[in-house]
Structures are given as C-alpha cells and as structure tokens.
Design a protein around this ligand. Sequence first.
Ligand code: ADP
Ligand code: NA
Length: 352
Amino acid sequence: TTPKIIFSGIQPTGVPHLGNYLGALQQWKRMQDSASPSTKLLFSIVDLHAITVPRSASILRQQKREMLAALLAVGLDPSRCTIFYQSSVPAHSELQWILSCTASTGYLSRMTQWKSKLSLSDSATVSSASAALKHGLFSYPILQAADILVHRATHVPVGADQRQHLEFARECVTNFNSSWGTDALVQPETILASSEEGARVMSLADPEKKMSKSDANHGSRVLITDDAGSVLAKFKKAKTDDLQSAGIGYDKSARPGVANLLEILAAFSEAKQSAEEIAKDFREEGVNYKELKERTAKAVIKGLEGVRERYLDLLDGDGNGKRLDEIAEEGGRKARASAEETMKAVRAAVGL
Ligand code: ADP
Ligand code: NA
C-alpha cells in the first residue's frame, strides 16, 4: 500500500479567526500529531490563489508571513510537515497549464465559487459575466487541482464548501490520464472537516452567517492572536436570543447564537463533550447567558494559550522574522522535490 500523503492549503488573507482555526488549522495540527511516521503532510500558503482578488504587493508579502507565523504558532512543526508558499514551487503553475489542456470549460462554468465571489446568482452564465470575470478566478479550480495532484496527495482535508472542487480535481485526473494513456496522476480522497461541533463557526454578531474574514463587522470575529481581554469582550457582545428563561438549550435553528457558543465550547472540550451534553449540564446547573458567554470565552482563551506569544515572537522576536524565512525556504525546497517526482512522470506522459 502507498503511504498516506495529506495536502491542504490556506490563503494568506490575514490572521486566522476562530472559524479558520476550528475548521482547518486545529484539524491540521491533530493530523500531524496522530500521523504515522510514513505519512507525508504538506501545508501550503496559497499565494497564487490569493492574487485572483487584487491587493497590493506589500500587503500580500505581509499576509504571507503572518499566515506562516500563525501556522507555526498553532503547533505545526516544520520537522514533521512541509509548510511552503505555493509560488515557491513553480510546478504548481506548470501542472495547472497542463491540466487546463484537458479540463472542461463547461464543468468550470458550473462551479459556484466564481459566481459567489462576483456576487452573481447561481444561474449567471460565463457570457453574461464575461466582462467582470477574470480568467484566473474562473480557472482557479484547475490550480487547486494541480496543488493536490502535483504532490500525489491521497487525502485532502477540506470544508464542505470545497467538496465540489475535490470532485473537479478527480475529474482532472480522469481527463488527464485517459487523454495521455497514463496513470501518472493519482486520485485523491477527501477528508471532510469533522461535521460535528466546531466544524462551522458562526459570526458572534449574526449567528445565521459563518464567521468570515469578509465579514465587515471586525468586532465579532475572534482572531487566534487576540489577547484574553479582547476574546472576553467579543464573547460578551455575542448575540443570543430572548429564551434565557427556558434555560440553556442546543437548538441550531431556533437558537443559533446559543448553539454557536455551545459548539465552540464543545470544540475545545477536554472531556470531548458534545454541544448537547454541555447544554444539558448547563441547564441543570442553571447557567445563564452571561455565564455561558464567559465560560465560552474562557475555553477559547485556554485552548489558544500560547498561540499569541509564539506568533508575535516569530514575527517580531529577536531574529526579526529570520526564522520564518528559513522555514519558508526549507519548506519550498522539500515541496519542490515532492512535486518534481510527479512532474517527471507527467512530462514524460505528455512528451514534454
Ligand atoms: P474565510 O471564510 O474567513 O475567508 P477561508 O475561506 O480562507 O476563510 O477558509 C480557510 C479555511 O478555514 C477553510 O478550510 C475553511 O473551510 C475554514 N473556515 C473558514 N471559515 C470558517 C468557519 N466560520 N467555520 C469553520 N471553518 C471555517
Ligand atoms: Na471564504
């Protein structure tokens, strides 16, 4: 049997929030910690994807470093996994081009992400959107497929919203292998982020929406580098409901704000209690909303203990970020070696 190869990527779009942490980074850390020695782990800061949405060069440079510092601060260990900037491995772009020669435009046009990024309805068509639709945004899923396939990843942890893209990557493998009569590319499997508690963190201000970088309300987004006072202040303002007299209850549709707090608590629960179990205990204890918010804040502060200090030290500590540069360089070197093995087979199959 082939060894497991786990690949996942994250965009360098600022300091991760609690949703990114519970939906992705904490899961990456757990995979690292439980991986057998033969498992290869690759985590990419996908800067080529980031430029589908324009931003200044200096901001992108800064945000890449911030994301690298964040990944290390949450406990990813460069001696255990390959952490790298996507653009430091040119094979990602090379494979993207090769895959694009057998990828279906029709399939891409049905993908929903470019529509949502342009705030278009699902029924929008390429021709109706063509003036605003940049080709990079449209063909983004091919680059995403290349990210995975160039490292022959067997397992790709993604959120439910990325499922469609994984399916597309599989389609790219089928198209490529059958067009060139090869088995150079390997079908990836999916690992969905746990569908249980904490998989989807909702906004503290509007629990009907997910916590997101693009949410204009900064105050409702808990960053993994927030100090204890800010975390507490943000949770104190969390929106709940007017059903406090009924006691704490876990009901996602009728009480989304309370359910969100309970799910965050469950995600950090050392006793691995579910949101429902916590709700039951709190109801029996007579915990009110103020205490629920404080206990959630405390659990988050404890769960993220040390992250802020490690992050600040990596970015601005004694070495002035030198350690970050070394880690990025070493990660790039390992990732280039990993990609090159695949590219040799790909180029041979195509005749390049
Ligand atoms: P954002 O939505 O803030 O722009 P991204 O889309 O860059 O975040 O997502 C980065 C990672 O974090 C992805 O794996 C995504 O599934 C996860 N993620 C983002 N927001 C949340 C959330 N609110 N709850 C759980 N996971 C999330
Ligand atoms: Na997003």
